[in-house]
Write a protein that binds this ligand. Structure first.
Ligand SMILES: [Zn+2]
Length: 511
């Protein structure tokens, strides 16, 4: 019952009363620059950004305490603390108490000062006749100096003692003494996994009739936001990014029924999906825009200072985002803040830069993979789904056919010749359908006598269609060898080279 929060349904009359009185209240309400969230142009994450930056400074002995009170009650308290300069400063910027509604954090580099802040808070609460829930108040030490022992520290809040905790959750992010990033990643992945499972009965997974293109949309709108909440302001290293990437790639592979050995580049390119790094970069760049465009003196002061003093501190958001801007060839923070584009324009620029960069990077990777010989690169582009998925209807049989075709496309379809190779020659490569020769892709697609009947039917249709578009002369010139024919059957998108658009559906899958 400690977490019980009463909610009440307000009668219409009181609602009407509130609606009338609210504009009058806000008229003279001078909101403190330390309050974030529930205000136009300010996001909750800005309060979290302050804590990340304080941590990047290597400030010793920070304490975080949460939560109580509300916006109006809390405003006097914040102003009081600020005017007495109680709490942490980054440079000359006061950042002692970043707050979002009832989630208050007190930052200080001195434990007596933190006690003083708590006493001021208790005093204010008493005056406003609000009680503070001591069980919800936690203190966390960030960047503890060696000479101080944790067991020597405690504070009093009213009549209760507060001892240092290992971690606390402030605005949805875990703030901890040790391994803060990893704790947040683990928590996010576990939330994302639960969300994924709860969506499973919509058909998100595997081959039960939902087109992978649709599955990806659902994953992107429901799972990714939960997976990545707050990640844009945490200073993740490559190792930590890799943990997120493994979850992301695995999900995209499952959505498309691709086996584990599928080359990663094709997993993204067939769906036109972004890598997890790109998703985080997108959020960092959008958050940078909010930070640069917001009308909040605390944030503005922090930007000005960090850009000058902390641009090479890899724990600072501003250092991270500078790297991202360089990666995508975008203007620097100072250029941007002098000449901020419209939000719409910035979004479009970022989207295009990210798509271009990752299309190039992943195609380069695809070109080095021998398993992807039959995958044509012409139509591959981040942001666009490959025709192998767009040409499907959402029926179970179509999605199953697509799954097989996509395995042929990525060189992961299990043929007897592969099986023999993987077993080191212990298993036979002989075709199980006809038993006359080894089963490789040429035998399976073009030669196997056991599949002759089905082949004749679909292949003659395909051939006459292609001839009707390009003519007999061009056909005999273009399709001389077995490999040309296999390329046409498996991925006909190379035809865009010749200005012909062939829409060859899925008539060539396992019989
Ligand atoms: Zn055969």
């Amino acid at each position: 019952m400690d977490n019980y929060r009463g909610i009440a349904v307000t009668p219409v009359i009181s609602k009407l009363f509130e609606c009338t009185i609210l504009p009058r209240l806000t008229l003279n309400f001078d909101q403190s620059s330390l309050q974030f969230g529930f205000t136009k142009g300010l996001s909750m994450l800005m309060a979290s950004l302050i804590i990340t930056e304080a941590r990047a400074e290597g400030v010793r002995q920070g304490g975080i305490l949460s939560p109580f009170l509300y916006k109006v009650y809390v405003n006097n308290l914040l102003e009081d603390l600020k005017s007495h300069s109680l709490g942490l400063k980054i440079g000359t910027n006061y950042v002692g108490c970043p707050t979002c509604a009832d989630d208050i954090a007190f930052l200080s580099n001195n434990h007596q000062e933190l006690q003083c802040m708590l006493s001021v808070a208790t005093h204010h609460a008493r005056q406003s006749r609000v009680t503070i829930n001591p069980t919800k108040t936690k203190a966390v030490i960030l960047n503890k100096p060696k000479k101080i022992s944790k067991s020597d520290l405690n504070w009093t809040l009213g009549n209760t003692l507060v001892y240092p905790s290992e971690d606390t959750t402030h605005l949805g992010l875990i703030r901890a003494e040790l391994k803060e990033n990893n704790l947040n990643i683990d928590a996010r992945i576990s939330i994302a996994r639960r969300t994924l499972y709860s969506l499973m009965n919509t058909g998100l997974h595997g081959t039960n009739g939902l087109n992978p293109q649709t599955s990806y949309k659902i994953y992107q709108s429901y799972v990714i936001p939960r997976l990545l909440y707050g990640m844009e302001i945490l200073p993740l290293n490559q190792c930590q990014l890799d943990i997120m990437a493994r979850f992301h790639t695995k999900t995209l592979r499952n959505i498309q029924s691709l086996p584990t050995r599928t080359a990663t580049g094709s997993v993204f390119m067939l769906l036109g999906a972004l890598t997890i790094e790109a998703e985080i970069h997108k959020r960092q760049l959008s958050f940078l825009y909010s930070v640069l465009s917001c009308n909040n003196s605390t944030i503005q002061g922090l930007v000005d200072r960090q850009v000058i003093m902390n641009i090479d501190n890899h724990l600072s958001f501003f250092c991270k985002v500078t790297g991202v801007l360089t990666l995508y060839d975008l203007p620097s923070i100072s250029t941007l803040s002098q000449n901020l584009p419209s939000k719409l324009k910035w979004k479009a620029t970022v989207k295009l830069a990210i798509q271009d960069y990752w299309t190039k990077t992943l195609i380069k990777e695809i070109e080095t993979k021998s398993s992807l010989t039959y995958l044509d690169k012409t139509l591959l582009r981040i942001g666009h789904t490959h025709p192998v998925w767009t040409s499907l209807s959402s029926t179970v049989s179509d999605v199953k056919k697509g799954a097989i075709k996509v395995q042929l496309l990525t060189g992961t379809y299990e043929l007897e010749s592969h099986r023999s190779k993987f077993s080191g020659g212990r298993e036979s490569a002989l075709c199980k359908c006809c038993g006359t020769s080894d089963e490789d892709i040429i035998h399976f697609q073009l030669l196997c006598p056991a599949l002759h009947k089905q082949r004749k039917e679909t292949f003659s249709k395909l051939k006459s269609y292609v001839i009707s578009v390009i003519g007999t002369k061009y056909w005999s010139k273009q399709f001389k060898g077995h490999l040309d024919l296999i390329k046409l059957i498996v991925d006909s998108s190379f035809y865009y080279h010749h200005g012909h658009c062939l829409e060859i559906g899925l008539n060539w899958t396992k019989f």
